[in-house]
Design a protein around this ligand. Structure first.
Ligand SMILES: C[S@@+](CC[C@H](N)C(=O)[O-])C[C@H]1O[C@@H](n2cnc3c(N)ncnc32)[C@H](O)[C@@H]1O
Length: 424
C-alpha cells in the first residue's frame, strides 16, 4: 500500500496468477492516484485458454494489451515467443515495457507497432482485447484482414456482457466467422477464423466548426470522432485572455483546442500532445488542413508528441499556457488519475506566471485538485454542466512535500523544445 495525495492509502492488486503463470503487474505510470489493476479477467481468460488448449509457440500478434499482461503471460510460457504488439496508447507501450522488465522478461522477440503502422506478414495467431470504441475495433479487424491468411485464428477476450449477436456479425463482416466460448469469470473468448479477404480501411470522419472556419478530420480511435465535444465547445468560446507564445494542447485529441488557440494567438507556437497515436496523427493532419502557420514567422509553428502527459518533454521546455480537457476514463475504467497527472505535469512545466486553463464536468470538482497543486484557482466560465477553471503558477516550488517538482529554468524559445524541431 502507498499513500495518495490526500495521505490516505491505495490498495492495489499487483499479483497476476492464472494457470501457473505468476506475474507482478503495474499500470503506467506505476505511481498513480488510483487503485486500478493493470489487467482484467479477460486477460486471465485468454492466457488460461492458451494453456488449456496447449497452444504452441507461433508468430503471434497481441492487439490492445492494456499494460502487458498478455505479452508477459506469453513470454512466461516461452521467453522467445515471437510477438508483434499493436497499441494506439503510449501508456500501454510504456506500461508493457515496464512490466516486462519488472518480471525479468526479455523484449528481444517483440516488434512494436502502433495502430497505423503496417502489420508484418507471417502472423499465425492473434490475441486481442476488445476495445471500448467499436469503430476502432472494426478498423483493427480491417487492418488484420490485409495480412492474415485464410484460416488464421484470432482470439478476442471481452466481458461477457459486451458480447452479442451484433458484435459477432461485426467480426464476421470485417475479418471472418466468429463464435464465443462459455463464460468464465464473467468473460468470454471469441474465436474468429480469418477468411483471407482484405477489406477496405475506413475513411477518417470529418466535421467542421463553421464559426471558427475549422475543418476537423478524425481517425477511428480519436475522441469526439463524429462531432465537437461539449466541453471543447465551451473552451472554444472562452479562450484565456493574455499574450501567449508557447501553448500546450494537453490531451489534444484531434487538436481542436490548439488549432483555435493559434487563431487567437497568431504569434504562438502550439505543442499538441496525446497518449493516442491516432489523435496525434489527426492533430497533425488538422494543422495542415487548416493552414494555420503564420507567414510572418519562420517554419512550422507546431510540434506533435505521442506521450504520456508531459513525461518526455525536454526538461528546459517552459510553456506559458496549457489548455486541457482531461479524460475521465482510461479504457473501460472511470478514473481521475490522468487529470491529476496532467495538472501536476502542467504545474511542473509551466513557466512562472504561466496559466493552466481547464474544462471539466462540474461534478468532477477539478477546482479542489487545482487549488491543492497551484494554491489558486479561478472560475472563468460555467454553464449548467461544465466549468472552465484557471490556475496560475505563481511560485517556484509547491508548498506540499508530496507534490514533487523539477527545477524551474525558463526557456526563451519555446518552439525549440521537445518532439523534434519545427520544420525550417
Ligand atoms: C476529453 S479528451 C479531449 C480531446 C480534445 N482536447 C478535445 O477537447 O476534444 C482527452 C484526451 O486526453 C488523451 N489522453 C488520455 N490519457 C492521456 C495521457 N496519459 N497523456 C496524454 N493524453 C492523454 C485522450 O487520448 C483524449 O484525446
Amino acid at each position: 500500500m502507498r499513500p495518495n495525495l490526500f495521505g490516505t492509502y491505495w490498495h492495489m492488486t499487483t499479483q497476476f496468477s492464472v494457470s501457473g503463470i505468476e506475474l507482478e503487474l503495474f499500470r503506467y505510470p506505476s505511481r498513480q492516484e488510483s487503485n486500478l489493476q493493470a489487467w482484467d479477467a479477460a486477460d486471465e481468460h485468454l492466457i488460461k485458454h492458451l494453456i488449456d488448449t496447449e497452444q504452441t509457440c507461433i508468430s503471434t500478434a497481441v492487439v490492445n494489451d492494456g499494460f502487458g499482461a498478455l505479452t508477459a503471460g506469453l513470454l512466461s510460457i516461452n521467453p522467445s515467443w515471437p510477438l508483434t504488439l499493436e497499441t494506439d496508447a503510449k501508456t500501454s507501450q510504456l506500461g508493457t515495457s515496464q512490466n516486462l522488465t519488472r518480471n525479468q522478461l526479455s523484449q528481444e522477440s517483440i516488434t512494436w507497432v502502433n495502430s497505423r503502422d503496417e502489420l508484418p506478414q507471417g502472423i499465425e495467431l492473434v490475441l486481442m482485447k476488445l476495445p471500448k470504441n467499436l469503430n476502432y475495433f472494426s478498423h483493427q479487424l480491417n487492418r488484420l484482414s490485409h495480412v492474415l491468411p485464410a484460416g488464421t485464428q484470432v482470439l478476442i477476450g471481452a466481458k461477457a456482457k459486451s458480447i452479442n449477436k451484433s458484435l459477432l456479425e461485426t467480426i464476421e463482416k470485417n475479418l471472418g466467422p466468429a463464435s464465443a466460448s462459455l463464460t468464465w469469470k464473467k468473460t468470454r473468448v471469441i474465436s474468429c477464423i480469418a477468411d483471407g479477404k482484405a477489406r477496405a480501411l475506413p475513411k477518417a470522419t470529418t466535421w467542421s466548426v463553421p464559426e471558427f472556419k475549422l475543418q476537423i478530420t478524425n481517425l477511428s480511435n480519436v475522441f469526439a470522432a463524429n462531432k465537437l465535444d461539449i466541453g471543447a465547445r465551451i473552451m472554444l468560446d472562452n479562450m484565456p485572455k493574455g499574450d501567449y507564445k508557447s501553448i500546450v494542447d494537453l490531451g489534444c485529441g484531434n487538436g481542436i483546442l490548439g488549432l483555435h488557440a493559434k487563431q487567437v494567438f497568431p504569434e504562438a507556437y502550439i505543442h499538441f500532445i496525446d497518449d493516442s497515436e491516432m489523435a496525434v496523427a489527426s492533430a497533425r493532419e488538422n494543422w495542415a488542413l487548416n493552414q494555420l502557420d503564420n507567414p510572418a514567422l519562420v517554419g512550422e509553428q507546431a510540434t506533435f508528441g505521442w506521450d504520456d502527459c508531459l513525461t518526455n518533454m525536454s526538461e528546459g521546455f517552459r510553456p506559458d499556457l496549457v489548455l486541457c480537457n482531461p479524460p475521465f476514463h482510461q479504457g473501460e475504467a472511470i478514473t481521475d488519475h490522468i487529470a491529476w497527472q496532467m495538472f501536476l505535469d502542467a504545474f511542473r512545466r509551466l513557466k512562472n506566471g504561466g496559466i493552466l486553463h481547464v474544462v471539466g464536468n462540474r461534478h468532477l470538482a477539478y477546482h479542489v485538485k487545482l487549488q491543492r497543486i497551484f494554491k489558486n484557482c479561478t472560475t472563468v466560465a460555467s454553464n449548467g454542466k461544465f466549468v472552465i477553471l484557471q490556475a496560475q503558477k505563481i511560485s517556484k516550488k509547491a508548498q506540499d512535500p508530496d507534490v514533487e517538482l523539477t527545477s524551474d529554468n525558463e526557456t526563451p524559445h519555446p518552439q525549440s523544445a521537445l518532439y523534434g524541431k519545427p520544420k525550417a
